[in-house]
Every structure is written in structure tokens, then in C-alpha cells.
Design a protein around this ligand. Structure first.
Ligand code: URP
Ligand code: ZN
Ligand code: ZN
Length: 468
């Protein structure tokens, strides 16, 4: 045995139990009560949890947006991910208008190659549906890119019309792909934005007021109806609002295969953050925007009860100085996005598990296991089982620390949770059996991450409650 982790408590989406974990050739080879007498290097995890490495299915590294580019590339972004316990990311390759999907994928493969320090895959964002796209969707599936994102918002940038969305559902259904939707009504947001700006309302708070929650609910409902007519599965990204949640729950109760994710910022922050002085509200300009505080408890509850299946970061970092401040006189010019790839586990554990909003097993489910199942990576990833990749986090539940931008590895000049004391810290992170993080220090290798060819969507997942 090359390496064994002894004395820890293994946590899966179903149960927690005392066990030692043996590793060889990057895989988990043994899970047993005691491996202490086996040969090989030893890591002592006494008093600590052994969690599956996180799978963050929603990141944007090096994304061109609003005349600038998100500064975390596939090196800094994946180093930050690793230091936060994430060992797999799925990023969004984007089709440029007038081009096919293949060019978009090649461009993102180029960004990631030789840079990613952990394993990675892509979703394909369709922004311009044409004859070529239909063929390219097949090519994407063959390349292991088995999910497609469509934006119902960002008019004149990424937004697609209902016909395009519907065609994508039909094609994805035929191919065994999964359509992911950014559900906000982009036409009305554009209208409200122009109205507010014409009235001289330019501050970050108006970003939220230009995107009322009802426009998320409306778009979520529309996406659900179109998916139902196409008899296709649907995954709603970054759900922020209780009204949208209710629509998802209703569809699921009617046996429709609808899945949804939320993000730590919607569980932790609220519309009040936009009022922070000196343009600091710009830090929280992301879409959908932060909502009224009462939504937080509702989202936690739905996470606990399994109505939300995934917590992703939607990491899309932009510096406050030099990027967010492009919109100092016009909120619509503030690049949309917030950092979070490094802090997802700390928020889920400290705020979720310790405050008894979710169980530890539920944390593992929304952090790794369900993302792996939904996005065709299971059982290679997302679980601690013999034969799975040895992507593991050794987590000390008793160590406290304070989230501070200066101590994080994300390449951005702020942390939305600056000053928050969290309990629960990472001792080690292993990627395919190699220690790549030790006590907040990265020791992995640039370019060591491998591209993951994902499987087709399987719409019969007991744990996600989908019966199709
Ligand atoms: O504000 C956000 N969420 N930026 C990233 C792009 C997206 O909509 O996911
Ligand atoms: Zn989005
Ligand atoms: Zn996003």
C-alpha cells in the first residue's frame, strides 16, 4: 500500500463511520477498521473527518465579461479550489456568437491545459443556436462535455430566446445531455435597467432592484414548462429566491426531472449588502442578485430536505479596484460575479453543519456526491469507496480561523465573507492519491489536473429524487 490514512471518521452522503483508508496508484484500494499494520506512508487523521474531495460544478475562470476578464485563471482558480478542499471543477466553455461550439470548447481547453492543478471538465454554454450547433452538440457529447448552459438573461450578450432554449432541450434529450438554465427574464431586466439609469439611479443597490425576484420565478417557471413540453431534464443554476424554489419543488412533486443548485452567497448574504458605503456594495454584484434575508432560512431548509441537490460556488471573481469600479457611475457596467471557489466548504460546515441547518452527510451530498451523480462523474468521483479516485479532504472540525482575503489563494482583492470566523479547517487535500494541500499551503503541480470526459445524464437518481 502506498499510503494509508488512519484514525479518521469517513463521511459519505449516507453515513459516517470510523475507518482507515488505503491508497494505491491514485485510487482508494481499501476501507477497513484498521490498516495501521499495513506497509506504506501514514497520515494520522485521528479526531478528524475524511471527506470526498469537493466537486464544484459552477466556476468561471478567465471569463470575458463586461469588457474585462475574470482574473482567476485555471492555475490560480484551481489552486484556490484545492485549498478549499475542491478536487474537481466543471467550468463553462462559452460559444462566441457566430461560431460553433467546437471553437468555444477548444478555446477553454487551451485556457485549462498545462494550468489546472486538479481535475476539470466543461459544460458548454450555447449563446447562438444554428444548424452547426445541432451537430456540435453531438460532438460535445462525444468529447465528454455532456451538459449545456443556456442564459435567459444578459440581453445582447449571452441571452437566448425561448425557441433556442426549447430546441436545446429537444436535442439534449435526444443525446442524453443535461440543459442547465440561468433563469431570469433578461428582456424585462434590460427595460428596468434603462429606466433606473434614466432616473439617475446608478448605485450598486439598483443592480438588485433592476432584477426583481419575480423575474427569476417567472423564468424558472418558463424553463420548467419548456422542459416539460420537450420531455427533457432541467438543471436550474444559482437559484436564489423562494418563489423560484417553490416552482422547482412543484415540478419535482409532479415527477418532472428538475434539479437545482444554490450558492453559498445566497445562503449567507442579503440585499442589504448592496448598501455598504463607498461603493463596497459592488462586491456583491452578481446575477441573480442577493435577495431579502428571509430567503436564506428557506434555502437552507430546502437544502436539508433534498429539494436543492447541489451547492456550487458560481466563482466569477472580479477585482473591486480596476474591474468592479468600471461601474462606479452605472451599476449595469459592474462586471457580474463573486469569488467563492475556496470558501464553499468552510461556509457549508461552519454555518450549515455547526448551526444544525444541514447534517454532515448532507454536506457531503451537496458538496460532492450529487454533483458527481448528476454530471456523469460517479463513482469515479464524489464518493469514498474502493475503486474511486483518491480525492480526499482531511478536515479538522475543531480548528477555528477567520476568513480573510489576504490569506486566501483566490486571485481577487476581496472576500465577500471578510472577517467571518469559521470553525472547521482543512489539514490535507489529496488529488488522485497525492497530497496537494497541507495546512493552507499548496504543494501540488501546475498542469497536473486531467480533463474529465463525463458520462451522459442518467435521469434515475434515487438520491436526487428524480424519477424519469
Ligand atoms: O453573476 C454571475 N453569476 N456571473 C457569472 C455568470 C453567470 O451568470 O453565471
Ligand atoms: Zn448564470
Ligand atoms: Zn455562473
Amino acid at each position: 500500500m502506498e499510503l494509508k490514512i488512519i484514525g479518521g471518521t469517513v463521511v459519505t452522503a449516507e453515513k459516517s463511520f470510523r475507518a482507515d483508508v488505503g491508497i494505491e496508484d491514485g485510487k482508494i484500494t481499501r476501507i477497513a477498521t484498521s490498516l495501521a499494520d499495513q506497509p506504506g506512508e501514514t497520515i494520522d487523521a485521528t479526531g478528524q473527518y475524511i471527506l470526498p474531495g469537493g466537486i464544484d460544478v459552477h466556476t468561471h475562470f478567465e471569463l470575458p465579461f463586461g469588457g474585462t476578464v475574470s482574473p482567476d485563471d485555471f492555475f490560480t482558480g484551481t489552486v484556490a479550489a484545492a485549498c478549499g478542499g475542491t478536487t474537481t471543477v466543471l467550468d463553462f466553455a462559452v460559444q462566441s456568437k457566430g461560431q460553433g461550439l467546437k471553437e468555444g470548447l477548444e478555446s477553454w481547453q487551451e485556457k485549462a491545459r498545462d494550468k489546472a492543478v486538479i481535475d476539470y471538465g466543461f459544460h458548454m454554454a450555447i449563446t447562438d443556436f444554428n444548424r452547426q450547433v445541432v451537430d456540435d452538440m453531438e460532438a460535445m457529447m462525444e468529447s465528454g462535455v455532456t451538459s449545456f448552459k443556456l442564459f435567459m438573461a444578459y440581453k445582447n450578450i449571452f441571452m437566448v430566446d425561448d425557441e433556442t432554449l426549447f430546441r436545446s432541450f429537444l436535442k439534449a434529450k435526444e443525446l442524453g445531455g443535461l440543459v442547465m438554465v440561468h433563469a431570469e427574464n433578461g428582456g424585462l431586466i434590460d427595460l428596468l435597467t434603462n429606466k433606473l439609469l434614466a432616473e439617475g439611479k446608478t448605485q450598486p443597490m439598483y443592480h438588485a432592484l433592476s432584477r426583481p425576484p419575480e423575474l427569476e420565478e417567472e423564468a424558472t417557471s418558463r424553463a420548467i414548462i419548456l422542459a416539460r413540453l420537450a420531455e427533457a431534464p432541467l438543471y436550474v443554476v444559482h437559484l436564489s429566491y423562494r418563489g423560484a424554489m417553490r416552482r422547482v419543488k412543484k415540478a419535482r412533486a409532479n415527477q418532472q426531472p428538475v434539479l437545482a443548485e444554490t450558492c453559498p452567497h445566497y445562503l449567507m448574504l442579503s440585499i442589504e449588502n448592496y448598501s455598504e458605503p463607498d461603493f463596497a456594495g459592488a462586491k456583491y454584484v452578481m446575477s441573480p442578485p442577493l435577495r431579502g434575508k428571509h430567503n436564506q432560512a428557506y434555502l437552507w431548509k430546502n437544502l436539508a430536505e433534498g429539494h436543492l441537490q447541489v451547492v456550487s460556488s458560481d466563482h466569477c471573481s472580479f477585482n473591486l479596484k480596476g474591474q468592479k469600479d468600471l461601474g462606479r457611475d452605472d451599476f449595469s457596467r459592474i462586471p457580474n460575479g463573486v469569488p467563492g471557489v475556496e470558501t464553499r466548504l468552510f461556509i457549508l460546515y461552519s454555518e450549515g453543519v455547526r448551526h444544525k441547518k444541514i447534517t454532515l452527510e448532507r454536506l457531503v451530498d451537496v458538496w460532492a456526491t450529487s454533483p458527481a451523480k448528476i454530471f456523469g462523474l460517479y463513482p469515479q468521483k464524489g464518493v469514498i469507496a474502493e475503486g474511486s479516485d483518491a480525492d480526499l479532504v482531511i478536515f479538522n472540525p475543531n480548528k477555528k480561523f477567520v476568513l480573510q482575503s489576504a490569506k486566501l489563494h483566490q486571485n481577487v482583492d476581496y472576500c465577500p465573507y471578510e472577517g467571518l470566523e469559521v470553525k472547521g479547517a482543512i489539514s490535507r487535500v489529496l488529488s488522485r492519491g497525492k497530497v496537494i494541500v497541507k495546512e493552507n499551503s499548496f504543494s501540488g503541480r501546475r498542469g497536473a489536473g486531467q480533463f474529465l470526459r463525463r458520462l451522459k445524464f442518467k435521469p434515475r437518481l434515487e438520491s436526487t429524487g428524480v424519477i424519469a
